[in-house]
Design a protein around this ligand. Structure first.
Ligand SMILES: Nc1ncnc2c1ncn2[C@@H]1O[C@H](COP(=O)(O)OP(=O)(O)OP(=O)(O)O)[C@@H](O)[C@H]1O
Ligand SMILES: [Mg+2]
Length: 311
């Protein structure tokens, strides 16, 4: 479904008195991974390691510097994200949906829930008509555990967890094939987090979409993901099926992450720890040496970077 090859993205910092030539923040440095249809792939790593930038490149929030991202839809249509024209990009964005961390910011407070949900149709090839759109929106609200009566209310009438349910309903209304979830439960209470994760898993069963799931919380990622990629300084250090990564972390950075968390509970009865610092604070304005080095296979579906490790 998704094939990311040797992806690079740097942001330019404005030139100033102390840096007359202008410098770059190297956010993504040679990332490659692929996702199967319906798979949940997690990206973990400390703040600033390039998770969001990688995900945003998939929906082309900004252009790709180098490398490629190719999305293939369920009808076999191929979207080469780096070269899409406006029309194809619009179509892509009905198939790949992005859900953000903070639904309070991403839901327009002046819109009714009906307007919020049906706005997604502007990415569709055809508008289903007013009545059909309302029926679909009502159905979607039911799917996420809210009431169709809520269609005429506004985002401010809802709690944080309910707003995240609305964001999910909004994303699903065009029946996407890939959902990008960027820290979608990070702002919620632990008890609500569990409910939202359960909801996403149930909806995935029902609709069959895949998820690119980004989170700081290793317990959350380990709970929901089929496979996990560990990022460090804009590079992938290790990818493996979730259980294997938890039981046999191999790259020193992954070991560091997983040993800094007291205990990963796959049933999610407890909350997990946060990521602590590995080595020196990385300077994002220096491209890390070894960027683009291929990972090495150590077991089935288990790949490890030779950088910073003896693998
Ligand atoms: N639009 C931008 N302009 C300039 N620098 C940016 C921009 N977006 C991200 N960066 C920088 O790129 C690097 C990677 O950021 P990114 O947001 O992808 O990290 P992240 O892994 O999502 O972090 P977090 O866990 O804090 O969300 C950081 O150094 C960040 O400051
Ligand atoms: Mg981020």
């Amino acid at each position: 479904m998704l094939e990311i090859s040797n992806l690079y993205k740097a942001f330019s910092l404005e030139a100033g008195f102390f840096a007359p030539v202008g410098r770059y923040v190297y956010a993504v440095n040679g990332v490659s991974f692929s996702m199967k249809r319906g798979e949940i792939f997690g990206l973990v790593g400390e703040s600033g390691c390039g998770k969001t930038t990688t995900a945003r490149l998939v929906v082309r929030t900004y252009p790709i510097d180098e490398g490629s991202i190719v999305f293939t839809d369920r009808n076999g249509r191929v979207f080469d994200i780096g070269t899409l024209d406006h029309k194809r990009l619009k179509l892509l964005r009905s198939k790949v949906k992005y859900i953000f961390q903070d639904p309070a910011k991403s839901l327009n407070p002046r819109m009714t829930i009906l307007q919020v949900l049906t706005a997604g149709y502007r990415y569709q090839e055809s508008w289903p008509g007013k009545r059909r759109a309302r029926e679909e929106a009502a159905e979607m609200l039911r799917e996420v555990g809210l009431s169709p009566d809520d269609l005429d209310r506004r985002p401010a009438d809802f709690s944080g967890g309910q707003r995240q349910r609305i964001s999910i309903a909004r994303a699903l209304i065009t029946r996407p094939e890939l959902l990008i979830c960027d820290e979608v439960v990070s702002a919620l209470d632990v008890s609500i987090q569990g409910q939202i994760l359960q909801l996403l898993l149930r909806l995935r069963e029902e609709y069959g979409f895949g998820m690119l799931f980004i989170a700081h919380d290793l317990a959350v990622v380990s709970y929901i993901c089929d496979r996990i990629g560990v990022m460090y300084r804009g590079m992938l250090m290790e990818t493996a099926p979730a259980r294997r990564l938890i039981e046999t972390p191999t790259h020193p950075y992954t070991k560091h992450l997983y040993t800094s968390v007291p205990q990963i509970d796959l049933q999610r009865k407890t909350t997990g720890g946060r990521i602590t610092r590995f080595g020196e604070i990385p300077d994002p304005t220096v491209r890390p040496p070894g960027a683009g080095t291929a990972l090495m296979q150590v077991a089935e579906e288990h790949y490890v970077s030779p950088l910073f490790s003896s693998v």
